[in-house]
Design a protein around this ligand. Structure first.
Ligand SMILES: [Zn+2]
Length: 285
């Protein structure tokens, strides 16, 4: 029998930033309890990755979150399908707030490795198009990152790290390979500050299911060709060194982010103008 999805207000999508630790256990936050591990759900997009259900007592009551590793990516599963699986589960759980972490390359010489960036906009250069869990709304992608959740994440992150940039544009590539120097030269004219592989379609699917989204990314290298070649050793050192503090920033936000403060995220999904079978985004109902 298919496993029932438990209720949770939050989802914490683990990325490169927390991949080198067992999250949340290795963060050592005594407020956080792991209720269940290895939760795998049947979804219309295939079996979900293993998730954990965690909880803590917040000032306004018990909070629960579903967590998964590395965006649910697994060998042999297309990344877009992994995103659809986890977002289908989040929707079933009634998730309202989604936090994600990741590692990014920097286009900007002044944005050094180990700087934390909380992007507030994106450029989607992935080839994963026409992806949705619900597809019931026209998604306005103005202010794609929640204007209530982002400041809460920024406050928690600034307690853990000195170099934190609370905004910027994330250029998302398909991956899993890194970009070529020629690609980075071309992309450097687009006006993004960092490049990574996970903000899309996550940020779009969050709006699709009516949830708020915010993320933090650690700069792990300069994008190819920005400075001299980066070292793989330094990249893995950054992940190992910084993971516990990234995890702590996420848990602190889980504990303290306002749940009911007004934000416009839900107002930015509008009734769809598309009719079943129509092909134009402008065709009226
Ligand atoms: Zn919001």
């Amino acid at each position: 029998m298919a496993r029932k999805v438990p209720e949770a207000q939050f989802a914490l999508i683990g990325g490169s930033g927390t991949n080198s630790i067992s999250f949340p256990e290795d963060v050592g936050d005594s407020r956080v309890e792991v209720v269940e591990s290895d939760l795998i759900f049947e979804t219309p997009f295939g079996e979900s990755p293993p998730m954990k259900l965690i909880q803590l007592d917040a000032a306004d009551g018990k909070r629960r979150a579903l967590t998964c590793l590395m965006h649910g990516w697994r060998r042999g599963i297309k990344r877009a399908n992994a995103s659809l699986q986890i977002y289908w589960v989040f929707h079933q759980a009634g998730v309202r707030k989604i936090l994600a972490d990741g590692g990014v390359g920097s286009f900007d010489i002044e944005l050094e490795p180990r700087t934390i960036v909380l992007p507030t906009d994106y450029i989607d250069m992935t080839i994963r198009k026409d992806i949705y869990v619900l597809g019931t709304h026209l998604l306005v992608m103005r202010n794609p990152v929640c204007r209530s959740l982002h400041p809460a994440l920024l406050t928690s992150t600034s307690r853990q790290f000195e170099r934190v940039v609370g905004g910027g544009t994330y250029l998302c590539t398909e991956g899993p390979q890194f970009e070529s120097a020629a690609e980075i030269r071309a992309f450097s004219h687009f006006g993004a500050q960092v490049v990574g592989q996970s903000m899309c379609p996550e940020v779009i699917l969050a709006r699709d299911i009516g949830a708020c989204y915010a993320r933090l990314d650690i700069v792990v290298n300069y994008a190819e060709g920005v400075v001299e070649a980066w070292s793989h050793e330094e990249l893995s050192n950054i992940f190992v060194d910084e993971s516990p503090r990234i995890g702590q920033a996420l848990l602190e936000t889980f504990a303290t982010a306002p749940l009911d403060e007004y934000c416009e995220c839900r107002d930015l999904r509008k009734p769809t103008l598309l009719r079943e079978g129509s092909t134009s985004r402008l065709q009226p109902a």
